[in-house]
Design a protein around this ligand. Structure first.
Ligand SMILES: *Cc1c(COP(=O)(O)O)cnc(C)c1O
Length: 360
Protein backbone atom coordinates (compact mmCIF):
# COMPACT_ATOMS: atom_id res chain seq x y z
CA UNK A 1 0.00 0.00 0.00
CA UNK A 2 1.23 3.45 -0.77
CA UNK A 3 -0.64 6.66 -0.19
CA UNK A 4 -0.13 9.78 -2.28
CA UNK A 5 -0.19 13.38 -1.13
CA UNK A 6 -3.69 14.31 -2.22
CA UNK A 7 -4.20 18.04 -2.87
CA UNK A 8 -7.79 17.63 -4.05
CA UNK A 9 -10.21 20.48 -3.27
CA UNK A 10 -12.91 17.97 -2.35
CA UNK A 11 -13.66 15.25 -1.64
CA UNK A 12 -10.29 15.57 0.00
CA UNK A 13 -7.62 14.06 2.20
CA UNK A 14 -8.68 12.63 5.57
CA UNK A 15 -6.43 11.93 8.57
CA UNK A 16 -4.76 8.55 8.17
CA UNK A 17 -5.41 7.71 11.83
CA UNK A 18 -9.14 8.15 11.21
CA UNK A 19 -9.13 5.90 8.15
CA UNK A 20 -7.23 3.21 10.04
CA UNK A 21 -9.65 3.34 12.96
CA UNK A 22 -12.61 3.10 10.61
CA UNK A 23 -10.98 0.15 8.86
CA UNK A 24 -10.42 -1.63 12.16
CA UNK A 25 -14.08 -1.14 13.09
CA UNK A 26 -15.44 -2.03 9.68
CA UNK A 27 -16.64 -5.58 10.35
CA UNK A 28 -17.51 -5.27 14.01
CA UNK A 29 -18.17 -1.85 15.50
CA UNK A 30 -17.33 -2.16 19.19
CA UNK A 31 -18.88 -5.55 19.78
CA UNK A 32 -22.10 -4.91 17.87
CA UNK A 33 -21.12 -7.53 15.29
CA UNK A 34 -21.84 -5.16 12.42
CA UNK A 35 -20.41 -2.11 10.73
CA UNK A 36 -21.85 1.37 11.30
CA UNK A 37 -23.12 1.21 7.70
CA UNK A 38 -25.35 -1.71 8.62
CA UNK A 39 -26.90 -0.56 11.87
CA UNK A 40 -30.19 1.15 12.59
CA UNK A 41 -29.95 4.91 12.97
CA UNK A 42 -32.27 4.42 15.97
CA UNK A 43 -29.90 1.97 17.65
CA UNK A 44 -28.17 2.71 20.93
CA UNK A 45 -24.77 2.49 19.24
CA UNK A 46 -25.66 5.07 16.60
CA UNK A 47 -27.36 7.34 19.09
CA UNK A 48 -24.10 7.48 20.97
CA UNK A 49 -22.17 8.19 17.75
CA UNK A 50 -24.32 11.18 16.76
CA UNK A 51 -24.61 12.58 20.29
CA UNK A 52 -20.86 12.37 20.81
CA UNK A 53 -20.19 13.91 17.40
CA UNK A 54 -22.43 16.85 18.21
CA UNK A 55 -20.84 17.38 21.60
CA UNK A 56 -17.35 17.24 20.10
CA UNK A 57 -18.04 19.84 17.41
CA UNK A 58 -19.66 22.01 20.10
CA UNK A 59 -16.51 21.74 22.18
CA UNK A 60 -14.21 22.42 19.22
CA UNK A 61 -16.08 25.50 18.00
CA UNK A 62 -17.24 26.63 21.42
CA UNK A 63 -20.84 26.68 20.15
CA UNK A 64 -23.20 28.48 22.55
CA UNK A 65 -26.30 26.69 23.89
CA UNK A 66 -28.67 28.86 21.84
CA UNK A 67 -27.31 27.39 18.60
CA UNK A 68 -28.36 24.04 17.16
CA UNK A 69 -26.12 21.70 15.21
CA UNK A 70 -27.81 19.83 12.35
CA UNK A 71 -26.36 16.98 10.32
CA UNK A 72 -28.13 17.14 6.96
CA UNK A 73 -27.84 15.88 3.38
CA UNK A 74 -28.03 17.48 -0.06
CA UNK A 75 -24.57 19.00 0.05
CA UNK A 76 -23.69 22.64 0.45
CA UNK A 77 -25.62 23.36 -2.75
CA UNK A 78 -28.94 22.39 -1.18
CA UNK A 79 -28.38 25.08 1.42
CA UNK A 80 -28.39 27.65 -1.40
CA UNK A 81 -32.18 27.06 -1.49
CA UNK A 82 -32.83 26.01 2.10
CA UNK A 83 -31.42 29.26 3.50
CA UNK A 84 -33.80 31.61 1.63
CA UNK A 85 -36.75 29.24 2.09
CA UNK A 86 -36.29 29.39 5.84
CA UNK A 87 -34.86 32.84 6.47
CA UNK A 88 -36.37 35.14 3.84
CA UNK A 89 -39.25 36.50 5.90
CA UNK A 90 -39.18 39.86 4.04
CA UNK A 91 -38.06 38.18 0.84
CA UNK A 92 -34.93 40.32 0.68
CA UNK A 93 -31.32 39.32 1.19
CA UNK A 94 -27.88 40.85 0.57
CA UNK A 95 -25.16 38.73 -1.04
CA UNK A 96 -21.44 39.42 -1.24
CA UNK A 97 -20.10 37.88 -4.43
CA UNK A 98 -16.57 36.53 -4.01
CA UNK A 99 -16.66 33.56 -6.37
CA UNK A 100 -18.67 30.86 -8.11
CA UNK A 101 -20.19 29.42 -4.94
CA UNK A 102 -21.51 32.78 -3.72
CA UNK A 103 -22.73 33.50 -7.24
CA UNK A 104 -24.64 30.22 -7.36
CA UNK A 105 -26.10 30.81 -3.92
CA UNK A 106 -27.30 34.28 -4.95
CA UNK A 107 -28.84 32.98 -8.15
CA UNK A 108 -30.74 30.28 -6.27
CA UNK A 109 -31.97 32.74 -3.64
CA UNK A 110 -33.38 34.86 -6.46
CA UNK A 111 -36.04 32.19 -6.95
CA UNK A 112 -37.46 33.15 -3.57
CA UNK A 113 -37.02 36.87 -3.22
CA UNK A 114 -35.06 39.99 -4.02
CA UNK A 115 -31.31 39.52 -3.96
CA UNK A 116 -29.07 42.55 -3.64
CA UNK A 117 -25.47 41.95 -4.68
CA UNK A 118 -23.95 44.54 -2.37
CA UNK A 119 -20.29 43.83 -3.18
CA UNK A 120 -18.31 41.76 -5.65
CA UNK A 121 -14.74 40.99 -6.62
CA UNK A 122 -15.63 39.67 -10.06
CA UNK A 123 -13.89 42.66 -11.72
CA UNK A 124 -10.52 41.06 -10.91
CA UNK A 125 -11.46 37.38 -11.34
CA UNK A 126 -12.28 37.06 -7.64
CA UNK A 127 -8.63 37.46 -6.66
CA UNK A 128 -9.42 39.55 -3.59
CA UNK A 129 -12.08 40.13 -0.90
CA UNK A 130 -13.92 43.45 -1.24
CA UNK A 131 -13.85 45.98 1.59
CA UNK A 132 -16.92 45.09 3.63
CA UNK A 133 -16.60 47.63 6.43
CA UNK A 134 -19.36 49.95 5.22
CA UNK A 135 -21.58 48.28 2.65
CA UNK A 136 -25.03 49.46 1.53
CA UNK A 137 -26.84 46.86 3.64
CA UNK A 138 -30.53 46.81 2.69
CA UNK A 139 -32.82 48.10 5.39
CA UNK A 140 -35.20 45.16 5.06
CA UNK A 141 -32.58 42.45 4.39
CA UNK A 142 -33.36 39.18 6.15
CA UNK A 143 -29.67 38.28 6.15
CA UNK A 144 -26.28 39.05 4.66
CA UNK A 145 -24.64 36.11 2.90
CA UNK A 146 -20.95 35.33 2.41
CA UNK A 147 -18.84 32.44 1.19
CA UNK A 148 -16.12 32.74 3.83
CA UNK A 149 -13.39 30.77 2.07
CA UNK A 150 -13.47 30.68 -1.70
CA UNK A 151 -12.35 27.20 -2.63
CA UNK A 152 -11.86 27.91 -6.32
CA UNK A 153 -10.08 31.27 -6.11
CA UNK A 154 -8.20 30.82 -2.83
CA UNK A 155 -9.44 33.88 -0.97
CA UNK A 156 -10.68 34.09 2.61
CA UNK A 157 -12.51 36.74 4.60
CA UNK A 158 -9.97 37.70 7.30
CA UNK A 159 -12.52 40.04 8.77
CA UNK A 160 -16.26 39.44 8.72
CA UNK A 161 -18.41 42.06 6.96
CA UNK A 162 -20.07 44.76 8.97
CA UNK A 163 -23.69 43.63 8.55
CA UNK A 164 -25.05 46.62 10.48
CA UNK A 165 -27.03 44.38 12.77
CA UNK A 166 -28.37 42.00 10.11
CA UNK A 167 -28.01 38.23 10.46
CA UNK A 168 -24.79 36.89 8.93
CA UNK A 169 -25.01 33.62 6.98
CA UNK A 170 -21.75 31.94 5.97
CA UNK A 171 -20.74 29.05 3.75
CA UNK A 172 -17.60 27.70 5.43
CA UNK A 173 -17.35 24.46 3.43
CA UNK A 174 -13.65 24.81 2.68
CA UNK A 175 -12.47 26.39 5.97
CA UNK A 176 -14.63 24.44 8.43
CA UNK A 177 -12.68 23.75 11.66
CA UNK A 178 -9.45 25.17 10.21
CA UNK A 179 -9.18 27.88 12.88
CA UNK A 180 -11.14 29.16 15.88
CA UNK A 181 -14.37 31.05 15.12
CA UNK A 182 -16.68 33.26 17.14
CA UNK A 183 -19.99 31.54 16.44
CA UNK A 184 -21.95 34.38 18.07
CA UNK A 185 -21.09 36.62 15.09
CA UNK A 186 -23.21 34.44 12.80
CA UNK A 187 -26.87 33.52 12.54
CA UNK A 188 -26.12 30.47 10.45
CA UNK A 189 -22.85 28.72 9.54
CA UNK A 190 -22.86 25.77 7.20
CA UNK A 191 -20.60 23.61 5.13
CA UNK A 192 -20.39 20.43 3.15
CA UNK A 193 -18.01 18.20 5.11
CA UNK A 194 -16.18 16.72 2.12
CA UNK A 195 -13.65 19.54 2.02
CA UNK A 196 -12.16 19.71 5.48
CA UNK A 197 -14.02 17.23 7.70
CA UNK A 198 -15.30 13.96 6.32
CA UNK A 199 -16.79 12.00 3.44
CA UNK A 200 -19.23 13.57 0.96
CA UNK A 201 -22.89 13.24 1.90
CA UNK A 202 -23.08 15.29 5.08
CA UNK A 203 -23.63 19.01 5.44
CA UNK A 204 -23.40 20.55 8.90
CA UNK A 205 -25.60 23.54 9.74
CA UNK A 206 -25.03 25.55 12.90
CA UNK A 207 -28.03 27.81 13.38
CA UNK A 208 -29.15 30.22 16.08
CA UNK A 209 -32.36 29.02 17.69
CA UNK A 210 -34.46 32.11 16.96
CA UNK A 211 -33.94 31.49 13.23
CA UNK A 212 -35.56 28.06 13.48
CA UNK A 213 -39.27 28.66 12.96
CA UNK A 214 -42.38 27.28 11.31
CA UNK A 215 -42.72 30.57 9.50
CA UNK A 216 -41.01 29.48 6.28
CA UNK A 217 -41.89 30.36 2.69
CA UNK A 218 -45.10 28.72 1.42
CA UNK A 219 -44.42 25.41 -0.27
CA UNK A 220 -41.17 24.72 1.58
CA UNK A 221 -40.87 20.93 1.79
CA UNK A 222 -40.81 19.31 5.23
CA UNK A 223 -37.32 17.99 4.52
CA UNK A 224 -36.06 21.48 3.69
CA UNK A 225 -37.35 23.07 6.87
CA UNK A 226 -34.69 23.53 9.57
CA UNK A 227 -37.29 23.03 12.29
CA UNK A 228 -38.01 19.49 11.09
CA UNK A 229 -34.41 18.47 11.67
CA UNK A 230 -33.87 20.55 14.79
CA UNK A 231 -36.95 19.03 16.49
CA UNK A 232 -35.86 15.51 15.54
CA UNK A 233 -32.20 16.05 16.48
CA UNK A 234 -31.13 15.28 12.90
CA UNK A 235 -33.01 11.95 13.02
CA UNK A 236 -36.26 12.93 11.28
CA UNK A 237 -35.41 10.37 8.62
CA UNK A 238 -32.37 8.18 8.03
CA UNK A 239 -29.37 10.47 8.28
CA UNK A 240 -26.08 9.91 6.40
CA UNK A 241 -25.05 7.67 9.28
CA UNK A 242 -21.66 6.42 8.15
CA UNK A 243 -20.58 9.92 7.13
CA UNK A 244 -21.57 11.29 10.53
CA UNK A 245 -19.57 8.50 12.17
CA UNK A 246 -16.43 9.50 10.22
CA UNK A 247 -17.02 13.20 11.01
CA UNK A 248 -17.17 12.21 14.67
CA UNK A 249 -13.80 10.51 14.39
CA UNK A 250 -12.33 13.60 12.74
CA UNK A 251 -13.67 15.75 15.61
CA UNK A 252 -11.88 13.45 18.10
CA UNK A 253 -8.73 13.67 15.97
CA UNK A 254 -8.93 17.48 15.97
CA UNK A 255 -9.31 17.49 19.75
CA UNK A 256 -6.26 15.24 20.06
CA UNK A 257 -4.27 17.66 17.86
CA UNK A 258 -5.01 20.41 20.38
CA UNK A 259 -8.23 21.87 18.95
CA UNK A 260 -8.77 24.71 16.52
CA UNK A 261 -6.14 27.10 17.88
CA UNK A 262 -3.51 24.43 17.32
CA UNK A 263 -4.92 23.69 13.86
CA UNK A 264 -4.70 27.35 12.94
CA UNK A 265 -1.06 27.44 13.95
CA UNK A 266 -0.32 24.32 11.92
CA UNK A 267 -2.28 25.56 8.93
CA UNK A 268 -0.45 28.90 8.98
CA UNK A 269 2.89 27.13 9.14
CA UNK A 270 1.96 24.87 6.22
CA UNK A 271 0.58 27.67 4.05
CA UNK A 272 3.63 29.86 4.74
CA UNK A 273 5.98 27.27 3.22
CA UNK A 274 4.03 27.39 -0.02
CA UNK A 275 3.33 31.14 -0.15
CA UNK A 276 6.93 32.03 0.73
CA UNK A 277 8.14 29.87 -2.11
CA UNK A 278 5.58 31.34 -4.55
CA UNK A 279 6.58 34.89 -3.59
CA UNK A 280 10.18 34.38 -4.67
CA UNK A 281 9.69 31.92 -7.53
CA UNK A 282 10.62 33.06 -11.03
CA UNK A 283 8.34 30.48 -12.62
CA UNK A 284 5.25 30.16 -10.41
CA UNK A 285 2.99 32.95 -9.26
CA UNK A 286 0.21 32.99 -6.66
CA UNK A 287 -3.00 34.50 -8.04
CA UNK A 288 -4.45 36.07 -4.87
CA UNK A 289 -3.83 39.44 -3.23
CA UNK A 290 -1.55 38.52 -0.27
CA UNK A 291 -3.78 39.92 2.47
CA UNK A 292 -6.76 37.82 1.38
CA UNK A 293 -4.95 34.52 0.89
CA UNK A 294 -6.66 31.36 2.08
CA UNK A 295 -4.85 28.94 4.37
CA UNK A 296 -6.71 26.08 2.72
CA UNK A 297 -6.73 26.55 -1.06
CA UNK A 298 -3.67 27.92 -2.84
CA UNK A 299 -4.06 28.63 -6.57
CA UNK A 300 -0.97 29.37 -8.64
CA UNK A 301 0.07 29.58 -12.31
CA UNK A 302 3.13 29.64 -14.53
CA UNK A 303 1.40 31.88 -17.07
CA UNK A 304 1.74 29.18 -19.75
CA UNK A 305 -1.12 26.69 -20.04
CA UNK A 306 1.07 23.99 -21.62
CA UNK A 307 3.64 24.30 -18.86
CA UNK A 308 0.85 24.15 -16.26
CA UNK A 309 -0.36 20.90 -17.79
CA UNK A 310 3.17 19.49 -17.82
CA UNK A 311 3.55 20.41 -14.15
CA UNK A 312 0.31 18.71 -13.15
CA UNK A 313 1.26 15.57 -15.05
CA UNK A 314 4.79 15.31 -13.67
CA UNK A 315 3.61 16.12 -10.13
CA UNK A 316 1.16 13.24 -10.35
CA UNK A 317 3.98 10.90 -11.41
CA UNK A 318 5.86 12.07 -8.31
CA UNK A 319 2.92 11.15 -6.01
CA UNK A 320 1.49 14.67 -5.71
CA UNK A 321 -2.10 14.29 -6.87
CA UNK A 322 -5.00 16.54 -7.87
CA UNK A 323 -3.07 19.77 -8.38
CA UNK A 324 -5.04 20.85 -11.44
CA UNK A 325 -6.89 24.14 -10.91
CA UNK A 326 -10.68 24.34 -11.08
CA UNK A 327 -11.98 23.79 -14.60
CA UNK A 328 -13.27 27.38 -14.75
CA UNK A 329 -9.92 29.03 -13.94
CA UNK A 330 -7.13 26.68 -15.08
CA UNK A 331 -3.62 26.73 -13.64
CA UNK A 332 -2.95 24.83 -10.44
CA UNK A 333 -4.47 24.68 -6.99
CA UNK A 334 -3.08 22.98 -3.92
CA UNK A 335 -5.71 22.34 -1.27
CA UNK A 336 -3.91 21.93 2.03
CA UNK A 337 -6.69 21.12 4.46
CA UNK A 338 -6.32 20.11 8.11
CA UNK A 339 -5.44 16.52 7.22
CA UNK A 340 -2.63 17.45 4.79
CA UNK A 341 0.58 16.88 6.72
CA UNK A 342 3.35 19.51 6.79
CA UNK A 343 5.58 17.00 4.99
CA UNK A 344 3.12 16.97 2.08
CA UNK A 345 3.49 20.70 1.54
CA UNK A 346 7.26 20.48 1.82
CA UNK A 347 7.25 17.66 -0.75
CA UNK A 348 5.19 19.86 -3.08
CA UNK A 349 7.52 22.84 -2.71
CA UNK A 350 10.58 20.64 -3.26
CA UNK A 351 8.99 19.33 -6.43
CA UNK A 352 8.14 22.87 -7.59
CA UNK A 353 11.75 23.97 -7.05
CA UNK A 354 13.01 21.08 -9.14
CA UNK A 355 10.43 21.78 -11.85
CA UNK A 356 11.41 25.45 -11.86
CA UNK A 357 15.08 24.61 -12.36
CA UNK A 358 14.28 22.26 -15.21
CA UNK A 359 11.82 24.50 -17.02
CA UNK A 360 13.00 28.06 -16.65
C1 LIG B 1 -17.60 22.52 -2.72
C2 LIG B 1 -18.30 23.74 -2.28
C3 LIG B 1 -19.69 23.89 -2.41
C4 LIG B 1 -20.57 22.84 -3.06
O1 LIG B 1 -20.63 21.72 -2.28
P1 LIG B 1 -21.59 20.49 -2.63
O2 LIG B 1 -21.60 19.73 -1.35
O3 LIG B 1 -20.97 19.76 -3.76
O4 LIG B 1 -22.92 21.04 -2.97
C5 LIG B 1 -20.27 25.04 -1.93
N1 LIG B 1 -19.55 26.00 -1.35
C6 LIG B 1 -18.19 25.89 -1.21
C7 LIG B 1 -17.44 26.99 -0.56
C8 LIG B 1 -17.54 24.77 -1.67
O5 LIG B 1 -16.21 24.68 -1.54
Amino acid sequence: MSRVYNFSAGPAVLPEEVLKEAAAEMLDYRGTGMSVMEMSHRSKAFEEIITTAEQDIRDLMNIPDNYRVLFLQGGASQQFAMIPMNLMKNRVADYIITGQWAKKAAKEAEKYGKVNRIASSEDKTFSYIPDCSDLPISEDADYVYICENNTIYGTKFKELPNTKGKTLVADVSSCFLSEPVDVTKYGLIYGGVQKNIGPAGVVIVIIREDLITEDVLPGTPTMLTYKTHADAKSLYNTPPAYGIYICGKVFKWLKAQGGLAAMKERNEKKAKVLYDYLDQSRLFKGTVVPKDRSLMNVPFVTGDADLDAKFVKEAKEAGLENLKGHRTVGGMRASIYNAMPYEGVVALVDFMKKFEEENL
